[in-house]
Design a protein around this ligand. Structure first.
Ligand code: FES
Length: 148
């Protein structure tokens, strides 16, 4: 059976799925996946409005948002914390806030885990990662400032 006949026998939807398997993206659910070696963000000083829909995840303890290569999180005690989204291990922009171990920063590229003060919690590749860069936060009304 020739390819054309084969696709015809499958029907239009199956043929479409075979012909365009990556139409909706072949990557993971993280659109910000990088190649590593991204510089650690510097000169950070910006403000976000907690009332904006884009920041709605910060209404819940354990929620976080990403902005300007910074992970802004509401920890499990309801306090705002912020860290570099760029991992101190190999510079991938994959650091996120996770609610395990009382709330930590975690990079799933090689599994580095960091306390909320940036201190590394584990070894990766036989070595302890460097401290994760942490930023200060200041809440005024619904405006949250993230700065160094
Ligand atoms: S780059 Fe984050 S654990 Fe390796």
């Amino acid at each position: 059976m020739e390819r054309k006949q084969f696709l015809k026998s499958l029907g239009a939807s199956a043929a479409f799925a075979i012909a365009f398997p990556c139409l909706h993206g072949c990557s993971s659910d993280n659109d910000e996946e990088t190649e590593g070696n991204t510089p650690i963000p510097t000169g950070i000083d910006f403000t976000i409005d907690l009332d904006e829909p884009a920041n709605a995840k910060l209404a819940d303890n354990g929620g976080f948002v990403l902005k300007n290569l910074v992970v802004i999180a509401r920890n499990l005690e309801g306090e705002f914390v912020a860290a570099s989204q760029v991992c101190s291990h190999q510079g991938y922009e994959e650091v996120r806030f996770v609610d395990s171990d009382g709330g930590i920063f975690y990079c799933d590229v090689h599994g580095s885990r960091f306390e909320q003060n940036g201190a590394p919690l584990n070894q990766v590749d036989g070595a302890t990662a460097k401290t994760l860069k942490i930023f200060k936060t200041e809440l005024t009304g619904t405006m949250l400032r993230i700065y160094e």
